[in-house]
Design a protein around this ligand. Structure first.
Ligand code: NAP
Length: 406
């Protein structure tokens, strides 16, 4: 039997605050399911859901979710709780029901932010627009560019795709994501779910003032055995010719945002297509007056220089604009080298940065990198006579540490 009240909200008997995952915002990265020690989170081939009978509201799942999909609640009667099967059939969350008489509005978010357990936007960041378009009421966009960033070898290719919103504008900030709905139906005959892509351009557009939005899209062409593989949405996007119309949702993301304060420095750590939000932030900085900027430092890991999206573009930046460091894991004849190795090599720089008031840290890319980077921070901070495990909640609560790993 599910609990009837929680320590976070006063509810009359017979009501429950049910934890739900927003299917439109969910990146399907599995971080919540991995973090939940109660096995309360589960997924089928398209949706994540919370089993209300198992959820004990420890909220270990909150920190790893970069889109905010995990942070959704509905006050429901205990006789009409949403089942896992029901949740897995949703495209979007049901509308909130009116609060029952006697319920106190929750201050849950504030409490979690203060404890450094919930991601938090920099205090100075611009206010993001979210959810202007939904699965049931999508926006329409037009493809204005679609070009390869890497050669289609090693079984995958990465493309730079630029869209322009048609009919209605859609303001986005660097670090937010936009959803794309591939046409057609899945194997169960249900419409495809939304696939999120990080915005890879600045807020004023890929072309300054145009309001268009760039994505960095990777499609896998072969599996490890060399058999052809065709993912649904990335494949759809990569094949769309210029002028095609597509359905979009969002924007999503309220925390992985740039500070808007003079002197703020950005420490950006990414692998592969995780460069997308960093490119947006660098583009934004390029268009701001130089004197307002703090330093930009980039640690970027990929298999080979050829497979690193935007490597050429980064090389063409003005000298000293970004302090860029690269790690390559599959250069023939060379030992494997990863971003966390680079961090350790630059330990003095890293310690100086994260201990500075105005440094904001961004981590984006493969899920496995988070652990490696975390361990590197522990070692680096220990050598600087500081404690990463104490610093991390502080950075998180100050909106200075942001993770988006899938
Ligand atoms: P990838 O090419 O497969 O890998 C990039 C580099 O990361 C390789 O050098 C790889 O080394 C290395 N790596 C693998 N495991 C690692 C670990 N545990 N710690 C540190 N480095 C590690 O990367 P990708 O396919 O582009 O994937 C990027 C990820 O970013 C995806 O999960 C994607 O979903 C996510 N992402 C994408 C976007 C977007 O908008 N496109 C936005 C946000 C996040 P090996 O050679 O050993 O494999």
């Amino acid at each position: 039997m599910a609990r009837e009240s929680t320590h976070l909200m006063q509810l009359p008997a017979g009501f429950l605050r049910q934890h739900l995952i927003d299917p439109e915002m969910c990146a399907r990265c599995n971080s919540c399911e991995e973090a939940c020690t109660r096995q309360a989170i589960t997924h089928d081939h398209r949706c994540y859901a919370v089993d209300v009978e198992r959820c004990d509201e420890r909220m270990d799942c909150i920190r790893g979710c970069s889109t905010g999909a995990i942070d959704n609640w509905r006050v429901v009667s205990t006789t009409s709780l949403y089942t896992v099967e029901e949740q897995q059939g949703w495209h979007e969350l049901p509308p909130p029901l009116p609060l029952p008489t006697g319920a106190e509005a929750p201050a849950v978010r504030d409490a979690l932010v203060q404890a450094g357990r919930r991601p938090h936007a920099p205090a100075s960041s611009a206010t993001p627009a979210v959810g202007l378009f939904t699965h049931d009421h999508p926006g329409v966009a037009i493809i204005v560019a679609n070009a390869p960033l890497t050669a289609p070898d090693d079984g995958a290719e990465v493309r730079h795709v630029v869209i322009r919103f048609d009919e209605r504008p859609c303001p986005v900030l660097e670090g937010q994501s936009v959803g794309v709905i591939a046409p057609g139906f899945d194997a169960q005959g249900r419409p495809h779910h939304v696939r999120l892509y990080s915005v890879a351009s600045a807020r004023d557009g890929e072309t300054p003032g145009a309001g268009d939005v760039a994505f960095t899209v990777k499609r896998v062409l072969h599996d490890h055995q060399g058999r052809p593989v065709r993912g649904t949405c990335s494949n759809y996007l990569c094949d769309l010719p210029i002028g095609s119309r597509l359905r979009v949702t969002g924007p999503v993301g309220e925390t992985f945002l740039m500070p808007d304060e003079p002197g703020a420095s950005l420490l950006m750590i990414c692998t592969g297509t995780g460069i997308a939000p960093m490119r947006g932030m660098i583009q934004r900085r390029l268009r701001l007056p130089r004197q307002a900027d703090g330093p930009l430092v980039l640690f970027y890991g990929g298999r080979t220089p050829r497979e690193l999206p935007y490597r050429d573009e980064l090389d063409r930046l003005p000298i000293d604009f970004v302090d860029a460091h690269y790690a390559y894991s599959r250069v023939p004849g060379r030992p494997r080298h990863y971003v966390q190795d680079l961090l350790r090599q630059q330990s003095e720089l890293i310690a100086r940065f994260v201990l500075r008031d105005r440094c904001y840290v961004y981590l984006c890319g493969l899920q496995g990198m988070e652990r490696g980077v975390h361990d590197a921070f522990i070692d680096i901070l220990r050598a600087a006579v500081a404690d990463w495990d104490q610093l991390l909640p502080q950075l998180t609560s100050e909106g200075r540490y942001h993770v988006e790993v899938y």
